[in-house]
Design a protein. Structure first.
Length: 439
């Protein structure tokens, strides 16, 4: 296992599903199941689908590497039922020795790690605990693809697969150098951003608003979506947080619907959004321990976009509390007995319903593979593309570097290196390394 950890770290392999946790740090003793998340939790994203369709052998290679180095007996690739049908697969299909398909219901947010583990295995990770406590290690499809390339071709992570979709004529999944600027991607794809539209890194539910003129692709970018400003997906992201919190404290009628629909609450977690909403901010600042369960929220947004009939955002309140708890380095980690609520299966949100609530149904077109684009003349590679300490610069300002060359070392503690995604001259920027092709 130590050899695999070293390989994963040296090649800069990080959780490609969006969270950015260094993959080597997930390896631990006690696992008996490797669960590969290909559920594509968010609407409009087709990255994992295209990887599985076009590069399944490399994904299998990565999975087999983990199994052989860890002694884990079995792996499951978890995908939604509609993805399985598109790939011509069925539940429990055997893809390779000890590697099987697990078909999941078409509901949101099935890609949330805790929900995924329960739905795929029946195992409930206790609140505040890690999946390894239930004998499970979870990786994303693209993470295993990257490991497969590392083993087969001795390649570090320098490319990113991502969906470019939303309000575009034809959504595509493309492969680009890490650090490629979004503006340059739009130019290559002949996409013009019109007034009244916003660009997201990620999905319409949990993605973040970005400025395409300055933003660059990272190892965790799953998709670049263009959506209209008047869609619920964008309105919820552009709300005034202070006003939303103030309004929540006074307008909530305590109907409990946000709690009744909360996916984590349905799993038996002691997270009750309706109580969070009515907790006075001053009291929380004085006694942050009183809202420890806020750290159990996965940020799916069901409480905000579907459950609440008063236009309140429990998610905004909880996110604010999570920020306060993070500053105090506090998180929920209490022992106890927890059980899944019997009504859970009747309160799961159908995928189609969720897209409708976000106002993105008309943009849901199956993406095609648009190929690999290597014509970028500049990339901007952040030193922090992962959870943990930023990478430490390992080259001089103005140095000539080749594609795949080490340009930043892992720092002490939890950290990863960075590698050049194109060849050219490197310039040291603020918290990033810029590489320009030399003409």
């Amino acid at each position: 296992m130590k050899t695999l950890k070293t390989l994963m770290q040296n090649f800069g392999i990080v959780g490609a599903g969006g969270a950015g946790f260094p993959s080597y740090a997930k390896l631990a003793e006690g696992a008996n199941l490797l669960l590969i998340n290909g559920s594509e939790c968010e609407p409009l994203l087709y990255t994992d689908y295209i990887i599985l369709k076009n590069e399944l052998s490399l994904v299998i290679s990565g999975i087999s590497t983990v199994l052989s180095h860890t002694g884990i007996a079995k792996a499951q690739i978890a995908i939604k039922e509609h993805t399985a049908k598109r790939l011509g697969l069925e539940d429990n299909d055997r893809l390779a020795e000890n590697i099987f398909v697990k078909a999941l219901p078409d509901v949101y947010p099935i890609g949330d790690e805790i929900s995924l583990i329960y739905e795929a295995t029946g195992r409930l990770v206790k609140p505040g605990k890690l999946p390894i406590t239930e004998g499970v290690i979870v990786y994303n499809v693209e993470t295993m693809y990257n490991l497969g390339r590392a083993v087969r071709f001795n390649e570090p992570v320098t490319k990113k697969w991502l969906t470019v979709g939303g309000a575009v004529e034809s959504p595509v999944v493309i492969k680009v150098p890490i650090g490629a600027r979004v503006a340059d991607i739009f130019k290559e794809l002949d996409i013009r951003l019109e007034d009244g539209y916003t660009v997201l890194d990620g999905g319409p539910s949990m993605g973040k608003v970005i400025n395409p003129s300055t933003y660059s692709v990272t190892k965790t970018t799953k998709g670049i979506l263009i959506l209209p400003d008047d869609s619920q997906a964008i309105l919820s992201k552009k709300m005034n947080t202070k006003m939303a919190i103030a309004r929540a404290e006074t307008a909530c009628c305590q109907c409990t619907r946000c709690t009744d629909m909360c996916p984590r609450n349905m799993l038996g977690y002691p997270l009750e959004p309706h109580k969070m909403v009515r907790t006075a901010m001053g009291a929380v600042e004085a006694m942050p321990m009183s809202v420890l369960s806020a750290t159990l929220c996965c940020g799916c947004g069901i409480c905000e976009s579907l459950a609440c009939s008063q236009g309140i955002s429990p998610r905004a309140v909880i996110e604010n509390y999570k920020g306060l708890l993070a500053k105090e380095r506090l998180r929920f980690n209490l022992d106890g007995e927890y059980s899944v609520r019997p009504e859970r299966e009747y309160r799961m949100v159908p995928y189609e319903k969720w897209m409708s609530m976000l106002g993105v149904t008309k943009f849901d077109k199956i993406a095609e593979f648009g190929g690999e684009i290597n014509s970028f003349s500049r990339v901007e590679i952040p030193l922090s593309q992962h959870i943990g300490a930023p990478s430490a610069v390992a080259i001089a300002d103005g140095a000539m570097v080749g594609e795949g060359e080490l340009i930043a070392m892992p720092a002490d503690g939890l950290s990863l290196p960075q590698h050049a995604s194109i060849s050219g001259r490197a310039t040291l920027g603020i918290n990033k390394i810029i590489i320009d092709k030399v003409r």
